[in-house]
Design a protein around this ligand. Structure first.
Ligand code: F6P
Length: 326
């Protein structure tokens, strides 16, 4: 299978994620290597609707691999949910001579890409860019490793104060309605317990755990919670723990700091491999699919599967976290 495309547009959509720039760089330079014209589409789907296109050169993506954020900007688009706006977007792409697309984003972005393909048959592939790591069909998403390490660095620092003052801390991390960051940073950071939306924890058991730690002479503890679609839920947890046990938990909500910063080596490598594979995939005739990584091999998953199937969190790690902190 091969395709006769002559040009490609690349855009970022959804929340920004560290490594998106490295992915754009890989898309642009691979496209140029394959003699394709390549266009940056600014502001995601909104930029498609308002024709914010710019032809990119190898130089356009110089000095970019190490930068956080997304130089093409990112964002969610309510406007793109309207059929007439998608038609306008497609007409703009056609007018600009953009024959195919690479979408860097999460599942909402993939849903938009799938609809665009269904309606206009424009060749389009996706690569997973989100700190949440919640995309079916890929072991890792671009930005997850960096966000994890940012959160870990914060927890290591909080641990210093927790120890010095014999305190209990609740650290809240992002992840939308999933617990990938929470579970992994909890394990890496030696947390006592981790709250994830996929498997509710009994508050009584958590309190018992802290009480037995205190009895053993362990006077500081760290609990990690995923935001679980309710940013700030760590405050509710702290209040519930205080009411039930009298423990005065300090809260630290890490928030958007997890989305920024220079991408780790793992994220740059992932972004470079996925970005290049997106172009090779388009040239092979792939469309309506997300490129991912599984067992260190590049893989493809239909947008439909990537957006409707649920990736399974390794819940057995919750037990490991419990055992290792006892
Ligand atoms: O999807 C990435 C993410 O950072 C989630 O973890 C979080 O729930 C959400 O985006 C926050 O979105 P916004 O930046 O629009 O507040």
């Amino acid at each position: 299978m091969s395709s006769k495309i002559n040009s490609v547009g690349v855009f970022c959509s959804g929340g920004d994620a560290p490594g998106m720039n490295a992915a754009i760089r890989a898309v642009v330079r691979t496209a140029l290597f394959r003699n394709l014209k390549v266009y940056g589409i600014y502001n995601g789907y909104n930029g498609m609707i308002s024709a914010q296109f710019e032809e990119l050169t190898a130089k356009s993506v110089g000095n970019l691999i190490q930068r956080g954020g997304a130089f093409l900007k990112a964002g969610r688009s309510k406007e793109f949910l309207k059929p007439e706006s998608r038609k306008l977007a497609y007409d703009n792409l056609k007018k600009a001579g953009i024959e195919s697309l690479v979408c860097i984003g999460g599942d909402g972005s993939y849903r938009g890409a799938h609809t665009l393909f269904e309606e206009f048959k424009i060749p389009i592939v996706g690569i997973p860019g989100t700190i949440d790591n919640d995309i079916y069909g890929t072991d890792y998403t671009i930005g997850f490793d960096t966000a994890l390490n940012t959160a870990l660095d914060a927890i290591d620092k909080i641990r210093d104060t927790a120890f010095s003052h014999d305190r209990l801390f609740i650290v809240e991390v992002m992840g939308r309605d999933t617990g990938y960051i929470a579970l992994n940073v909890g394990l890496a950071g030696g947390a006592e317990e981790v709250f994830v939306p996929e498997s509710p924890l009994s508050l009584e058991k958590v309190i018992e755990h802290i009480q037995s730690s205190v009895q053993r002479g362990k006077l500081s503890s760290i609990l990690v919670t995923a935001e679980g679609q309710k940013p700030g839920r760590a405050y509710d947890l702290a209040e519930a723990i205080r009411k039930k046990s009298g423990f005065d938990a300090k809260v630290c909500v890490l928030g958007h700091m997890q989305r920024g910063g220079s991408p780790t080596a793992a994220d740059r490598i992932l972004a470079s491999r996925l970005g290049a594979s997106a172009i090779e995939g388009l040239l092979k005739g792939f469309t309506d699919v997300a490129i991912g990584i599984q067992n260190d091999q590049i893989s493809t998953t239909t947008f439909l599967d990537a957006t409707t199937k649920k990736k399974q969190l390794k819940l057995e790690l919750l037990q490991l976290i419990h055992i290792l902190s006892t």
